[in-house]
Design a protein around this ligand. Structure first.
Ligand code: ADP
Ligand code: ZN
Length: 740
C-alpha cells in the first residue's frame, strides 16, 4: 500500500529513535531499536514506560540527550501504516502555537485505545443463493416463522451484517439469525472489522445547480486540484452552500483522495449525514464523542489505512491520521464551538487552515455569517471569497423587523409581546409553522426567596442555579451540580416562598400553551434532545407537520430546513449583548441571523420579529436593514481602533485552584514578573467573570500584543518559568474566545 510517506528513518540496529507518547509530556523520549526491527518515522510502536507498556509514535532520530547505556528498547511495532509526516508536523505546530504539551496534542490524534489493537474478525450473515426477502419456503423445507420472515425482509439481497445487528433491526434475537444460517437460508462470512467502511460513489449525479451555484462549484473544483488555498464560501442561509461544496468533495473523492468535513455540532450532523447519503449513496464516516468505542476504533483504523474516504465530525476530526488528505471543509466556520476550551485549547477552524497549509490541500470555510477573522483575511487577499447572495429557487430571504419592547404593553410574568402574539396567530391560522427562540435553557434563570431576597446559587460556582421543571431539579450550568428545590429558604428558613425570575424555554412554553391552548408544541434544547437520533426524530416531526411550534435555544438555530416555517420570533434579542465579551456583538449578529435563516426557506415568505429594548443598537440595525457588510466594517473599525483581534493579538493566562490564597499568590507573582516589551501589555490578574467554577478559584491575566509580536515567545519563558504552588494550575489560552 502506498502510504504517501517517503522519509525513512535510519533503523540501524542499536540506533536510537525518539518516540512521542500520547501523554501530558512536552518532548519525545529516546529508545533503542532492537536487532532485527524495521521502523519508519511515524511508525506506531510499543515502548516500556516505567513498569508498563505504552503506545507511541516514532518522531525522529534519537536526540542523544541520554546515555545510550541507559536507553530501553522498543518492544514492538504495531501493524498499522505509519502516522503521516504532515500530521506529525501538524502536531508539532499545534503544540508550538497553543503552548500545549506535544504529547497532549498527539493524544488527540490517537486517543482510541482499541484502534491500536489488531482488528477483530466478525461473523456476518447474508442471504444464501436462491433465497430472497420474498421467499415463501426455505431450503430443506425449514419453517418460515414471522421472525424469520422479518430477518429476510430487512436483510435484502447482497448485504451482510452481524447477527446482533440483524436481530436488532428485525426485532428478534440473534438465535433466530443463527437458526436461519443452520437451515441454509443465510450464509455466514468472516470479515475483519476494518473492511466495513462504506465507500461513497463520487460519480452519482448531484442536483442541477443554478448558474451562480455552478460558477462557485466550478471554482471550488478547480481549487481542489491546486494544493493549498483557502476559500470562504459566503452564502446566505438556504443558498445551497452544501450542494456547492459537495461538488468539490465529489471531485476530490473521484481523484481517490480523502476529505475531512468539520461541523460545529452533532445537531447539524443528523441532517447533514442524510444529505451526504443522498448525494453519495452511503453515509459518511462520522467522528464525534457520541460514537461508541468500537465504531471509533473502526473509523480511526479506516482513516489511517485510507479506506475512509470522507470523514465528517466535530473539531477532533481534524486530528485524524489521513494519509492522503485532499480537501478540508469547515462548515459554519464562524461557530464558537470550534474552539476547544479544555485540554489542548485550540480553534479547529484556524487549525484547519494550518493543516491545509502543512498538507498542501485546499480549505473551504462556509458560512452565511463569516467570522470577522475570515472576512478580514478576504480583505487582505489571503483568502478568496465565493458569494452566493440569493436563496435557491423561489425562496426569498425573510423580512426581519424589530419589536420595540419599550412600546409594547406587557403583563408582568409574560414574555410574548402583543405584536408577536398577533403575528403568531396569523401564521398558525394560515397553517404555517412558528419558531420561538430564547437562548436560555430550563424554566427560569434565577430563583429567589420572596421573604429575604436570597438567591439560590451553586455551592461550587459563582453562579445561580437554574430551575428545570421538566426534570424537577435545580441545575448549575457551569458544573452540572443539581439539587431539588428546597422546602425552606437556606438563608431565612421561610417555607415555600421561592419565586422564579425571568424566562427560560420551559417557561416560555408555559405561556404559549396558555395563549394558544391547541398548539402542538415542542421544546428543543440540549435538555430535551441529547442524542443525534432524538434531534433527527424531532426534526422529522417538524418537517412532517406533526408540530406547529418549536421553542428552542441555539441548538435550533443551525442548518435545519423546515419548508412550512414562516415566522421566527426572538424573545430576547438583546440577551447576548451584555457582558464584556469582545465578540458579543459579532456573535449576537451571527446567532440571530442564523435563527432568522430558518424562516421561509421554500416558497412562502418568511418573517422574523426581534423583541428588543434597543432597536437602535448596531446589531439590530444590521439585522433589520440586512446590512451585514456594513456591520462587519463597523465592527472591524472598532476592533482596529482598540488593536483587538484580528488586528492585534490576545492571549489569556488562567490561574486556578481550590486554595484561593495559593491561586492569588501565583497570579500576583505572574503579574509582578510580567514581561515588558514594546507592543505588549499585560492586564491583570483579575478574577475571571465567573470567579469560582467547580470549587476552583480562577484569576486571569490578559496579554495584548501587536499583530507582529509572537505572543508564544513572550509567554513561554514567563509562564513556564513559574513553578505554581501545590494544586495551582496555569493554563494558556491563545486567541481566547470565551470570557467567562
Ligand atoms: P445552505 O447550506 O447555504 O444553507 P443548503 O445547501 O442547505 O443551503 O440548501 C438549502 C436547500 O435548498 C436544501 O434543501 C437544498 O437541498 C436545496 N437546494 C439548494 N440548491 C439546490 C439545487 N441546485 N437543486 C435542488 N435543491 C437545492
Ligand atoms: Zn456549579
Amino acid at each position: 500500500m502506498d502510504t504517501g510517506h517517503t522519509t525513512r528513518a535510519p533503523t540501524a540496529e542499536g540506533a536510537a529513535v525518539s518516540v512521542l507518547l500520547p501523554l501530558p509530556i512536552v518532548a519525545p523520549y529516546d529508545y533503542l531499536v532492537p536487532p532485527g526491527m524495521t521502523l519508519e518515522e511515524g511508525s506506531f510502536v510499543q515502548v516500556p514506560l516505567g513498569a508498563r507498556l505504552a503506545t507511541g509514535v516514532v518522531w525522529g532520530p534519537g536526540q542523544g540527550d541520554i546515555d545510550p547505556e541507559k536507553l530501553r528498547e522498543i518492544s514492538g511495532v504495531l501493524d498499522l501504516p505509519p502516522m503521516p509526516e504532515d500530521l506529525r508536523r501538524f502536531v508539532d505546530w499545534v503544540a508550538g502555537y497553543t503552548l500545549a504539551r506535544r504529547g497532549g496534542v498527539l493524544r488527540m490524534a490517537m486517543s482510541v485505545p482499541r484502534a491500536l489493537d489488531a482488528p477483530k474478525t466478525v461473523i456476518e450473515y447474508g442471504m444464501a443463493p436462491g433465497v430472497d426477502e420474498k421467499s415463501e419456503s426455505l431450503p430443506g423445507g425449514a419453517r418460515l416463522t414471522d421472525a424469520r420472515r422479518r430477518v429476510l425482509g430487512m436483510l435484502g439481497s447482497g448485504r451482510t451484517k452481524t447477527a446482533v445487528d440483524i436481530a436488532k433491526a428485525a426485532g428478534t434475537s440473534a438465535s433466530v439469525v443463527r437458526g436461519l444460517a443452520d437451515a441454509g437460508a443465510l450464509l455466514a462470512v468472516t470479515r475483519t472489522e476494518d473492511s466495513s467502511v462504506p465507500q461513497p460513489d463520487p460519480h452519482r449525479c448531484g442536483p442541477d445547480l443554478s448558474d451562480t451555484q455552478s460558477a462557485a462549484a466550478c471554482e471550488l473544483v478547480k481549487a481542489a486540484d491546486e494544493g493549498y488555498s483557502v476559500t470562504l464560501l459566503d452564502g446566505v442561509t438556504g443558498s445551497g452552500k452544501t450542494e456547492v461544496y459537495f461538488e468539490a468533495i465529489a471531485a476530490v473523492l473521484g481523484a481517490g483522495r480523502q476529505v475531512a468535513v468539520l461541523l460545529p455540532e452533532i445537531a447539524l450532523t443528523a441532517d447533514w449525514l442524510g444529505r451526504f447519503e443522498m448525494r453519495f449513496g452511503v453515509p459518511p464516516v462520522a467522528w464525534h464523542s457520541d460514537l461508541p468505542m468500537t465504531l471509533r476504533a473502526r473509523n480511526w483504523r479506516a482513516v489511517v489505512r485510507g479506506d475512509a474516504r470522507l470523514v465528517v465530525g466535530a473539531r477532533s476530526a481534524l486530528m485524524l491520521p489521513y494519509h492522503d488528505l485532499g480537501l478540508i471543509v469547515v462548515d459554519e466556520e464562524h461557530d464558537p464551538s470550534f474552539k476547544q476550551e479544555d485540554g489542548v485549547i485550540y480553534n479547529a477552524r484556524d487549525m484547519a487552515v494550518v493543516r491545509g497549509h502543512i498538507s498542501d490541500v485546499p480549505v473551504v470555510l462556509a458560512s452565511a455569517t463569516p467570522s470577522l477573522e475570515s472576512v478580514n483575511n478576504v480583505w487582505r487577499g489571503r483568502y478568496r471569497r465565493l458569494s452566493l447572495p440569493e436563496r435557491f429557487a423561489q425562496a426569498s430571504l425573510p423580512e426581519i423587523s424589530p419589536i420595540d419592547m419599550r412600546a409594547e404593553q406587557m403583563d408582568s410574568q409574560s414574555w410574548i409581546s402583543p405584536t408577536l402574539e398577533a403575528a403568531t396567530r396569523q401564521a398558525l391560522s394560515a397553517g404555517e409553522q412558528v419558531m420561538m427562540f430564547l437562548n436560555r435553557r430550563g424554566y427560569a434563570p434565577l430563583t429567589l426567596c420572596r421573604a429575604c431576597g436570597h438567591r439560590l446559587d451553586c455551592p461550587q460556582c459563582t453562579a445561580w442555579l437554574v430551575e428545570h421543571r421538566l426534570q424537577d431539579r435545580l441545575q448549575c450550568h457551569h458544573c452540572g451540580y443539581s439539587a431539588s428545590l428546597p422546602k425552606t429558604c437556606p438563608s431565612c428558613d421561610a417555607e415555600d416562598r421561592f419565586t422564579a425570575c425571568g424566562p427560560g424555554v420551559e417557561r416560555l412554553a408555559e405561556e404559549v400553551r396558555h395563549r394558544f391552548p391547541d398548539v402542538r408544541l415542542e421544546i428543543m434544547s440540549s435538555d430535551t434532545v441529547y442524542r443525534a437520533t432524538e434531534t433527527q426524530a424531532l426534526v422529522r416531526r417538524m418537517a412532517e407537520r406533526e408540530i406547529d411550534m418549536l421553542i428552542g435555544t441555539q441548538i435550533m438555530a443551525k442548518g435545519f430546513h423546515f419548508p412550512l416555517l414562516t415566522l421566527v420570533g426572538v424573545i430576547d434579542a438583546d440577551l447576548g449583548l451584555s457582558g464584556g465579551d469582545l465578540r458579543a456583538a459579532e456573535r449576537t449578529y451571527q446567532l440571530l441571523h442564523q435563527v432568522a435563516g430558518r424562516a421561509g426557506r421554500e416558497g412562502r415568505q418568511g418573517r422574523v420579529l426581534l423583541q428588543t429594548f434597543e432597536p437602535e443598537h448596531p446589531v439590530m440595525q444590521a439585522l433589520t436593514g440586512g446590512d451585514r457588510d456594513g456591520f462587519m466594517e463597523a465592527e472591524a473599525a472598532s476592533r482596529r481602533q482598540h488593536s483587538m483581534p484580528p488586528y492585534g493579538r490576545l492571549a489569556a493566562v488562567i490561574v486556578s485552584g481550590r486554595n484561593e490564597v495559593a491561586v492569588d499568590e501565583t497570579a500576583n507573582q505572574l503579574g509582578r514578573s510580567a514581561p515588558r516589551y514594546d507592543g505588549v501589555t499585560v492586564l491583570g490578574p483579575a478574577p475571571a467573570p465567573i470567579p469560582v467554577v467547580r470549587g476552583r478559584h480562577r484569576r486571569r491575566l490578559l496579554v495584548r500584543a501587536a499583530k507582529d509580536v509572537s505572543v508564544q515567545e513572550v509567554l513561554r519563558p514567563w509562564v513556564f518559568g513559574h513553578k505554581p504552588k501545590g494544586g495551582v494550575k496555569i493554563a494558556v489560552d491563545i486567541d481566547p474566545y470565551s470570557f467567562t
